[in-house]
Write a protein that binds this ligand. Structure first.
Ligand code: LMR
Length: 395
């Protein structure tokens, strides 16, 4: 029966990893998949994580099953990192957390819960959004519909159109929001705009589904959680999918969490029990190693301080790369049209090139990015920024 399968389309982001590895050019530049890189182009294990791994290796006394909700210590500490330790929703006993395999697992688990809670809900997703949101949420059986978010020509948010579209959401609909460092555009909402979004969702009775995959990569660990904390303060219910892949650099260990905010502690308990059943039906229980390590980093003050410094180092390097690329493009094009790169947040910006121009950059200059011209600014460095700017200006 497999012989008659339609060939599966290549993943627009992961497919690039394969192409990049196969390119023998010594000058190739990888601006594709969202993985942090240092100035040498390496993605090293963070020191805080390495130390926690060593300690974990010595301390672990068993590998017996944990349970579908995963590692309790991790769940408690990641919840505090995201919500802040004294958030009213935590004090009110309205938040429950289940560990998931990576941010993808966390998103899928959240989507499965929403499908059970409201099978007819439409999930409103920003245009554009991360390509993998579509299968992760759509394959849970939920209907997806885009709302306007970003205007490529002006490289900015189309906030009025966004609010206009969300103002038509039906009660019980779900609105997917990138909590910070929007992927792929790097265009984030201001605090005032977040407040407006929370108001409109409340007015419509729509439920916020926040994807928090880059905490610490935009304006810092606390600032980047503003949206989540605001929504949890103002909305009766929410789902938050968290990824530790980027800010802890534990990509392949698959560490994430689904947080659910219930209207009451009893409703939150019902959601927790349902999440556990859903997890049991998909992966039974998440892998422990990465979560145990993240839990140890967050739980030991010296490791937590080291980790916060390491996140800040990553963030500052990306902010610096943004400035340098915007300056180099200004020099090469004699215009300020790429200045938006310096103002945007997190790992990604979209250059505004056509797929054909992206193809020329790949074939002729060995510079790799997805067809929508999203670049991972961490893939830039002093060794390649001028070359990238010249090549982009050339196309
Ligand atoms: C990305 O957007 O490049 C990352 O989130 C990696 C992925 O899984 O797509």
């Amino acid at each position: 029966m497999f012989a008659t399968l339609e060939p599966a389309p290549a993943d627009p982001i992961l497919g690039l990893m394969v192409q990049f590895r196969a390119d023998p050019s010594a000058h190739k530049v990888d601006l594709g998949v969202g993985v942090y890189k240092d100035d040498r182009g390496a993605t090293p294990v963070l020191d805080s994580v390495r130390q926690a791994e060593r300690a974990e290796f010595e301390a672990q006394s068993t590998k017996a099953y944990l349970g579908p909700a995963g590692n309790d210590n991790f769940n408690r500490l990641i919840t505090s990192l995201v919500m802040g330790s004294d958030h009213g929703a935590l004090k009110g006993g309205r938040v429950r957390t289940v560990q998931g395999p990576g941010g993808c697992g966390a998103l899928r688990l959240g989507a499965e819960l929403l499908k059970v809670a409201n099978p007819d809900a439409t999930v409103h997703t920003p245009a554009p959004t991360w390509a993998n949101h579509v299968p992760l949420i759509g394959n849970a059986g939920l209907h997806l519909q885009s709302y306007p978010y970003y205007t490529p020509g002006s490289a900015g948010l189309d906030f009025d159109a966004m609010i206009g579209a969300l103002g038509k959401a039906k009660a019980g609909d779900i609105v997917l929001l990138h909590a910070c460092c929007h992927n792929p555009t790097g265009a984030d909402l201001s605090h005032a705009q977040w407040r407006e979004v929370a108001d409109v969702l409340n007015r419509r009775g729509a439920l916020p589904f926040l994807d928090l995959a880059y905490q610490g990569f935009g304006d810092g660990l606390e600032d980047d959680a503003y949206s989540v904390r605001l929504i949890a303060e103002n909305c009766p219910e929410a789902v938050i999918a968290v990824s530790c892949s980027k800010n802890f650099g534990v990509y392949r260990d698959r560490v994430g969490a689904t947080l659910v905010l219930g209207e009451t502690p009893a409703a939150a308990d019902l959601a927790l029990a349902r999440l556990s059943r859903l997890a049991r039906g998909m992966w039974s229980m998440p892998p422990d190693h990465g979560a145990a390590v993240v839990g140890r980093v967050l739980g030991e003050p010296a490791l937590a301080a080291l980790w916060r410094d390491e996140v800040e180092t990553m963030r500052k390097r990306m902010v610096g790369n943004r400035r340098k690329l915007a300056d180099a493009l200004a020099r090469e094009t004699g215009s300020g049209r790429f200045e938006f790169i310096a103002a945007q947040k997190g790992m990604f910006s979209m250059l505004g090139l056509t797929p054909a121009q992206v193809g020329v950059l790949r074939e002729k200059h060995h510079i790799y990015m997805p067809g929508d011209s999203r670049i991972n600014v961490a893939g830039l460095g002093d060794a390649n920024i001028d070359f990238v700017a010249k090549s982009v200006a050339g196309v």
